[in-house]
Design a protein around this ligand. Structure first.
Ligand SMILES: Nc1ncnc2c1ncn2[C@@H]1O[C@H](COP(=O)(O)OP(=O)(O)OP(=O)(O)O)[C@@H](O)[C@H]1O
Ligand SMILES: Nc1nc2c(ncn2[C@@H]2O[C@H](COP(=O)(O)O)[C@@H](O)[C@H]2O)c(=O)[nH]1
Length: 208
């Protein structure tokens, strides 16, 4: 008997505040067959965030022990906190032919590409730097110094956009969501899309 095909691993990254989580949550409502991997992190929970639903919140010592035990498929330090993806969770879901989505940073995406070359990676861009800042501040979830750090780090994140298979601009939310869903459908149909790479927008977002 032949082995059933493994699911697809989707990787989504973005500079903080571009709207990645909001887009991914809306995509998962449209595509309930995709499982979201819940990461481990040493970041303290934001108001309303729950253990096991948004993240597995752990102390740094515990996270470092887990790294040493090899439980992570990828892990990275992002904005001063550690984040990691459980290997057994992802491999278990893929083996059950489930599609899995990882919301991770560019460093993690690089590690995933090396470990799982068949993964499909998507980078979300904001339409402009002022809009990215408006969204980060408007979210109201982070202290001013955390927002400054994330805005500063956004340049490095965006500088890696070209490493991703697809780039989606999150200007009008519904358009970006349609784009993300079109990518998922194209992957399922094994019919790669011709997709814009947005070099001028990337240059503008990286400009001093
Ligand atoms: N297209 C959009 N237009 C206007 N606001 C948006 C749009 N998409 C998302 N937002 C808002 O921007 C804010 C940041 O979104 P979100 O929390 O999803 O960002 P993120 O990229 O996941 O950030 P982080 O990586 O820090 O978690 C939220 O308040 C969200 O409602
Ligand atoms: N490499 C990884 N990056 C991750 C993971 N989970 C989340 N992230 C990224 O961290 C930043 C900040 O997230 P926040 O929830 O504190 O706003 C963001 O870019 C996430 O995508 C992970 O498991 N590995």
């Amino acid at each position: 008997m032949s082995t059933p095909a493994a699911g697809t691993l989707f990787v989504v990254a973005a500079p903080s505040g571009a709207g990645k989580s909001t887009l991914v949550n809306a995509l998962l409502e449209r595509e309930p067959a995709i499982s979201l991997s819940i990461s481990h992190t040493t970041r303290p929970p934001r108001p309303g965030e729950e253990y096991g639903r948004h993240y597995y919140f752990v102390e740094r010592a515990e996270f470092e022990r887990e790294v040493a035990e090899g439980i992570f498929l990828e892990h990275a330090e992002v904005h001063g906190n550690l984040y990691g993806t459980s290997r057994t969770t992802v491999d278990g879901l893929l083996a059950q032919s489930r599609d899995v989505l990882l919301e991770i940073d560019w460093q993690g995406a690089r590690q995933i590409r090396a470990a799982k070359p068949d993964c499909v990676s998507v980078f979300i861009l904001p339409p402009s730097r002022p809009e990215l800042e408006r969204r980060l501040r408007g979210r109201g979830s982070d202290a001013p110094e955390v927002i400054e750090r994330r805005l500063h780090n956004s340049r490095e994140e965006i500088a890696h956009a070209h490493e991703f298979d697809y780039i989606v601009v999150n200007d009008r939310f519904e358009d970006a969501l349609d784009d993300l869903q079109a990518i998922v459908h194209a992957v399922r149909l094994r019919s790669p899309l011709q997709w814009a790479r947005h070099p001028a927008l990337i240059d503008a977002l990286l400009a001093p």
